[in-house]
Each structure stands twice: as C-alpha cells, then as structure tokens.
Design a protein around this ligand. Structure first.
Ligand code: TRP
Ligand code: ZN
Length: 867
C-alpha cells in the first residue's frame, strides 16, 4: 500500500481516521481463556500467548487480532500449522471449526518503549499499562473491552534483577530455574478484558497489611515500592483500608480476591490504573510524608487510591462494552471517590474543590474546539477522551441522578446495576435503565446529558408580589462542534428563598428545570426574599442571575448552605473583576472587603471554607467569563483586588497567617488552618510585596511540613525579592535527590506570576534535571506553563512557540502525554486577533511536523477546526 502521507492530495493516513459509536458490532470471536508466557528482560522479552477462541454466532469470517509494533515469530492453530496473513498491523487467521487454540509468539523491547504503553521499563522495573489499547503492544489479541477471558500468566526472569514477579489474581506456583533465573505462575479466576491485564517485575519491597471483609474474609494487602520509599507508604495503606470499608458500608461491595497488590512506578502516563488485583500507580499518588507532601497531596493520594480500588466493582466486575462507554466506569468511579473523600473529611470543602476543578478544566473544554459529550460519538485516538468531560462531568451526571432519586433509591438502583451486569461489559444506557427501573422514574430527557455537549446556561430572576415569590428560569445549551439546535435538559436545582432580614430560610425546594422557559411559584412568602440557587452545585451549569451585589453580599454573610455561601462571595469578586477588565478601571473592592472581613470573623465557619471563600478567583477563572480575554488586563485586575483586600484587612490576615498547625496534624482542622494561612500570606504579599517577601521567607524557614513550605514558595515565586532566590535555592539543595518533590520546584517556577517566567521556563527546559521522558517532570514544567494564562499568552507569542516546540519533541517519545499539552493553544478564538493568529500559527507548526502521532494530530486538527 502507498503511504498516503507522501501525497498531499491524498486523504489522511488510515490510522488518522475516526471511529464511530454507531458502528459498534459484537465480536466475531470470543476469547474464553488467555495463557501467557513471558521471558522477561529489559532489552528483549519473549511473549508467547495461547488464546482459546470460540466463534460468536454463525459466520465464516477469520479471526482478526490487533497488534501494535509487533511481528509474529510463530503462529499456530491447535498446536499445528496456521493459515495467516498480516493486514497492516493486524494478524488475520483462518479457522475452520467453531473453536480453536491460537498460539503466537513475539519479541518486544521494554527498554525502548518510551510511550509507556504496553510493557515498559521504569527505574529498573518492568511494568505494563494496557488501558485502552496497550495490550496489543504486548501480544496479538482482539484487544477490545467486550471480550472477557480468564488469564494464566507464566513469568520467568533473572532472580537478582527481578526478585518480585507480580501479575493479576493469585500466585499459584513459583520456583527456581537455571542460570540464576526463577519463575512465578499467576492465575486470575475473574474473566476480564485485556485492558485490565498487568504484570510487574522488579526489586521491590512491600508495606504488607491485611483487611477483614464484612463477611470475615482475610485479604492480604501489599503496597510495593523501592525499599527506600517504604516509610512513605503509610498514608496510602490507610486510604486503601478506609476505601475497602467505605465500599462495603455505602455500596455493599466486598473485595473478591484474597490478595490486593499496588505497585508505585515513577514513569506513568496518568494517575493510576485499576488492573484486577494489581493496581499500578504513578508514585506521586502513593508516596507521602510530612517533609515532602502537601495536604493536597495527601488528599489526592487518598482520592486516587479510593478511585482505583472502587474500580474493582465499577469498571472491573462491570466493565465497558466499548470505549465510547468510558464514562460508565470513570464518571461513576469519580463520583464514588468524591463521595468517599467528602465522608472522610469536610463535605462542603471537598465539594468546593471538585467544583473548582470542574470549572477550571471541564467548562473550558466544553466551551472550546475539543468539546464532546460525556458519551462521545466518535474519536480518532481514544486516549484523547480520558477527559474532564468523561470523568468529572460524567461524575456530575451520576450525582444529579442521585439527587433526583434520593440516596436510598439511588442505592437500590446501584444494587440492581451491579447485580444485573456483574461479569458483563455494559453501556451507559444500561446504567440509566437501572436508575429508571429501581427509581420508578422516566429518565428519557435526562439521557440528553450523555449525548449533548456544552455547559447549559440558566438565566434566573426572582420577583415578589403579595405573598408569592416567582422564580423565572430560562435555559440554553450552547452549540458545540458538530452539534447545534439542542434540546432543553433536565436540570435539578437545589433552591432556597432566604429572609433578607434574618437570614432564615423561608422555603426550600428541588426545582426540576425541564423546559426552555419555566416558572416556579413559592407561596406564603411574606417578604422579598434572597435567592439561593444551585446549592451544593446540584447541576453542572452556569447560572446567570440578575441579583444585586448587595444580595450576593447578604448571601455571602448568611446563606445556610456552605457551598452557596462560598459561591456568593466568589461571584461577588468575579463581578468586580469582570467590570474592572471591561471598563479598564480598578475593581470596586468595598463590598468584597466587607464580605471577606465577615467571613474571616465568622466562628461557625471552618478554616478551610474561609480559605476557599476569600481566595480571589484565578486569572483563568476570570478569563473563562470574558468574551475576549486580555491577559494583561485580567492579571492587573486580579492583582489590584488582592492588594485592596490585603491592605484593608492586614491585621486580620496577619493573625490568620500566624495561626499554623504542626505538620503531623493531618486533621481537617489542621489542614484547614494551613490552607487559610497560605491564602492569607498571598493577600498580604499582594498588598505589600516587601513585607510579604520577608513574611513568606520566615513562613518558609519555620515550616515543619511541605504545605507551609510550598505555600511560602508560591508567594515568593511571584515576587521580585532576594528572598525568592534564596528560598528556591534552598529548596533545590534540599530536594534535588528526590525526584517527586523536585517536580514541585519546576511546577512552582512555571506557574509563577512574574514577568520573567517565560525566560525562566525556557531556561529550565535545558536544566540538567529536566527530562521529557518522565511524564510528571514534563507536566510539572510544561503543563503548568501552558496553564499560566498571563505568561503563556505573552503578547510576543514566544509562549506559543515554546509550547509548540515542546509538543513536537515530546510527541516523538510519548504521544499520549504530548497530546495533553495541546489544549491551551486551542483556545485561540478567545484572544484578540494578534494573539489568535500566533496561536494558530503554532498549531500549524505542530501539524506540519513529520511523523505526527494520531494523538497529537487529533487535538491539533480539532483545535484548528479541520477535523
Ligand atoms: N483507568 C485509569 C483511571 O482512571 C486511567 C488510566 C491509567 C489511563 N493509565 C492510563 C488511561 C493510560 C489511558 C491511558 O483510573
Ligand atoms: Zn478511573
């Protein structure tokens, strides 16, 4: 076949074409059992696989096995000769009967695998990553999630180099071999799709513990790390045990194998992976101690450990029919881990954090060229769809269904779902049907949330006459690429009317907005009330309200819903910031200052909530609300508002800054104090940079924990003071041998709000500790740089050029990670024509690069609206 890329007139290369959800067909052949043999070595690993296949229905089509970068060394059918051919990278095998044993052998090279998909080497370990389509880089296989098989795995390796040999399921045999080699044989009794296959080999030590299930079964738990990291595994182990208990108590789900292994690896494309009985983690989501991890790191570890553990039911026992259904497991599992974290700490603060992420990442995605529905209709490269929309908006869909059903009915519905689909590959539709049946509700209209992309906007206004309050609602779902003229959605809005005099709630109701225009009447309301709406962020939408600033000030002072109170103060600040940007004036700070003062003084509020509420919205958040973003004006307005708050409330903020907590106090209150003192320090420095620098340096030097240290460094990072360099140098000296912690040093400099950040980032790309081979390091520097609105969008366009160069270079090593750096460039429609043209030019530069992966091709071409 002629390579289409050679001819500019030819259509795009075949591997760059889209796959459609509507084209789904059941497989021609099942694979009932997989027997694998590995002779493991970093340079060359031999893989022999025997698939027990069975014809699905009546047909005479051959068996088609996917391969990626594989060459068959041997192909056999039932131990004898096979009729086979290659079709591109697929292996086609003719089979006569209805069942056969198909054996193939290949040689792979883990140490040359820079994509970190399939079998690869990381810091002397050998490990696998198969989701979504990595198994085909290990052996020929249909590699689709609707084919479930039992697995047996024989591993052979040099014993000195790889003393620990792990795979899914249970170890059934181990022993010695010649020439210093040994073996282990593993069996996984639970049928699973190939994406959940895993093995790990290396010199590892375990934090070993156990858990007794609700039915009294004793489960062995191991967290495998390098020996020196053992002291940093305690928090992850506690989180694992907490998760196991929580899933029993809240969902009635018990763990099913007798063994649960977790391995931490340093080079990993995402956060972690839920392989059956053998979770593999990015080490940043396992390792923590007081000296190196922040409170946010501790929380993220607990959240990711829970997430992967919860996948054992929502993902593994019930898996996905095809990758368009990804949110079936990811949306539901994110929802489950969010609720776990809410139960383990502060419900309101965790909700605020989750909404912050949704708004910072998912709303822009939904509002840009890469917008897609929670259940996408097509993709070029599925890895590009592991997005905030599929994960986080997907979780909001589950949360809305729970709100509509109520918690007890929702539990009955999840029981039905797990019961009905256990051992199956299911669809989002299957999940919704269980909600409908157990809940006795009709979710026909609700299903639009799965198919319609874009963040709905709801305009609300409240009028009062006599004893009736009238709430008028109008919804609009914006056009997104490939989707226009959308239907109204079902939007559950937790709503309250609050007395403007006493702050007492006058009425509370779950408003189900189903029409484009809708009116809700509240009777028996004798005074003109305040409107508190979308409380707890009950729907993932944008509220546009005609409320006065004074109403927001009142809600910020006494709304009895903690989320709504936070929201009122944030909205109040955002309004002043947006007016200041649009009018080129200074933000009006009086009302904000009064509200911040109130919030700080309110003894009923937990410290973390105060910190969240008084934190001035980020530049990105302000930009998101503007039609056309002027990054310099946004930066100036935000800095001015922060300075005004800091100046007016210096004494209160200094008191908050001085009120620390010992580093070993990981209670909600202790964490809250540290969060608040960090925010306070930032506001002080915004108003008085010189005093701020001194205070931050003292804050840094006195710190006995990473939360305080990092908060101080973050404030210093934006200042032009000798204290800044001193602290960064000290940090480097202290942590340069600790790769995970050194990522923070790169990240803080890339996120710095300082005019020379662009030069600093460019220089850091040549730093001896910078490497693109490690995804965490690449994201720390380049990911944070792309997210630094003011710096990245420097009017010269040099930020765009730097990012384009990094994407092209990273793509040669690791397409999945490179593709995730592209989205900031895709936002060009939101910038003035000069910047927009430079952003498009950078995208075109990437597109013109030779041998571009389909991962980056898809992100870039969609960003330019070519695909
Ligand atoms: N299923 C994983 C999770 O959400 C995601 C994941 C881990 C992944 N590694 C990956 C997705 C590699 C794509 C490619 O928990
Ligand atoms: Zn997941």
């Amino acid at each position: 076949m002629v390579d289409a890329r050679m001819n500019p007139e030819a259509p795009p290369a075949p591997e760059h074409t889209a796959i459609y959800r509507k084209d789904y067909q059941a497989p021609d052949w099942w694979v009932r059992h997989v027997a694998l043999e590995f002779d493991l070595c970093a340079a060359s690993t031999m893989v022999r696989s025997t698939l027990s296949v069975e014809k699905n229905g009546e047909h005479d089509r051959p068996l088609r096995l996917a391969g990626d970068d594989l060459r068959p060394l041997e192909v056999m059918v039932d131990g004898g000769e096979a009729r086979w051919a290659l079709d591109g990278s697929d292996l086609i095998i003719e089979l006569d009967g209805n069942a056969a044993k198909v054996t193939t052998s290949v040689e792979i090279h883990p140490d040359r695998n820079s994509q970190l998909m399939g079998l690869y080497a990381s810091g002397g370990l050998l490990c696998t990553q198969c989701e979504s389509e990595g198994f085909r880089r290990i052996t020929f296989h249909p590699d689709r999630p609707d084919i479930l098989s039992t697995y047996e795995v024989m591993m052979r390796a040099d014993k000195a180099r790889f003393p620990i040999l792990l795979a899914n399921g249970n170890k059934v045999e181990e022993g010695e071999l010649d020439e210093g080699r040994h073996f282990a044989r593993w069996e996984d009794p639970f049928p699973k799709p190939s994406y959940l296959f895993a093995l790990v080999a290396g010199d590892l030590a375990a934090n070993a513990d156990s858990f007794t299930t609700m039915n009294g079964r004793l489960i062995d738990l191991n967290i495998w790390v390098r020996e020196k990291d053992l002291p940093r595994t305690g928090h992850a182990m506690q989180a694992l045990k907490d998760s196991m208990r929580w899933d029993e108590e809240v969902y009635g789900r018990e763990y099913d194998l007798d063994l649960f292994n977790i391995v931490a690896v340093d080079d990993f494309n995402f956060g972690a992976m839920e392989n059956k009985g053998l979770n593999v983690f990015n080490s940043r989501f396992i390792l923590a101690d007081q000296d190196s991890a922040t409170d946010d790191d501790y929380d993220a570890i607990a959240g990711v450990v829970a997430h992967e553990y919860f996948h054992n039911w929502s993902g593994n026992r019930v898996t996905c029919r095809d990758w368009f259904q990804l949110s079936l497991k990811e949306g539901f599992t994110v929802f489950r881990d969010q609720c776990f974290s809410q139960d383990m700490s502060s419900e309101a603060v965790k909700r605020i954090e989750d909404v912050r992420v949704l708004r910072a990442v998912q709303f822009p995605e939904d509002n840009g060229p890469l917008a897609h529905s929670v259940r996408p209709d097509s993709y070029i490269e599925i890895t590009n769809f592991y997005t905030a929309t599929v994960y986080n908006k997907g979780a909001e869909l589950i949360r809305m269904m729970r709100t509509i059903l109520g918690p007890d009915t929702f539990r009955a519905a999840t029981d039905l779902y797990f019961d009905r689909h256990d051992g199956e590959a299911a669809t989002c539709e299957d999940f919704v049907r269980c909600m409908e049946e157990a809940g006795g509700v009709d979710l026909t209209q609700f299903r639009l949330w799965y198919s319609q992309a874009g963040t709905p906007k709801v305009r609300v206004s409240l009028t009062h006459e006599g004893s009736t309050a009238k709430l008028t609602l109008q919804q609009e779902v914006p056009d997104t690429p490939g989707q226009s003229d959308k239907q109204p959605m079902v939007i559950p809005l937790k709503t309250a009317l609050i007395s403007a005099q006493s702050g007492a709630p006058l009425a509370e109701r779950l408003v189900l907005l189903t029409e484009a225009d809708q009116v809700e009447l509240f009777e028996g309301i004798e005074e003109a009330p305040l409107l508190s709406i979308n409380r707890d962020f009950s729907a993932p939408i944008i509220i546009e309200s005609a409320r006065e600033d004074s109403e927001l000030e009142a809600l910020a002072a006494f709304d009895d819903n903690a989320f709504a109170r936070f929201e009122a103060l944030q909205e109040l600040m955002l309004r002043q910031l947006i007016r200041a940007v649009e009018d080129g004036t200074s933000p009006k700070a009086d009302g904000v200052i009064a509200a911040v003062r109130n919030t700080l003084a309110d003894e009923r509020l937990e410290a973390a909530l105060k910190a969240e509420a008084i934190n001035v919205p980020s530049e990105a958040m302000i930009g998101e609300r503007l039609e056309l973003i002027d990054p310099d004006a946004v930066h100036r307005a935000r800095a001015e508002l922060a300075a005004a708050i800091g100046g007016a409330l210096m004494d209160e903020l200094k008191a908050a800054q001085a009120d620390g907590a010992p580093g070993d106090d990981l209670s909600v209150a202790g964490k809250g104090k540290r969060k608040l003192r960090g925010v306070a320090l930032g506001l002080i420095a915004a108003s008085d940079p010189q005093a701020g620098a001194q205070l931050a340096k003292a804050h840094y030097d006195a710190a006995d924990n990473m939360t305080d240290r990092q908060a101080a460094l973050k404030v210093l990072s934006g200042l032009d003071a000798p204290e800044r360099d001193a602290a960064f140098d000290a940090f480097y000296e202290r942590y340069c041998g600790d790769s995970l912690t050194l990522d923070k040093w790169f990240a803080l400099q890339a996120a710095a709000q300082r005019a020379d950040t662009l030069e600093i980032v460019a220089r850091l790309t040549a730093h001896p500790d910078f490497t693109m081979k490690n995804p965490n390091r690449l994201r720390a520097l380049i990911g944070n740089f792309g997210a630094n609105q003011w710096i990245f969008h420097d009017g010269s366009g040099r930020g765009y050029d730097l990012l384009a160069r990094m994407v092209i270079e990273a793509d040669r090593l690791n397409p999945q990670v490179a593709a995730r750096l592209v989205p900031p460039l895709g936002r060009w429609r939101r910038y003035e024509p000069g910047r927009a043209a430079k952003m498009k030019a950078a995208l075109e530069t990437i597109l013109a690069a030779e041998g571009l992966s389909k991962d980056v091709f898809e992100q870039v071409s969609k960003s330019l609206s070519l695909a």
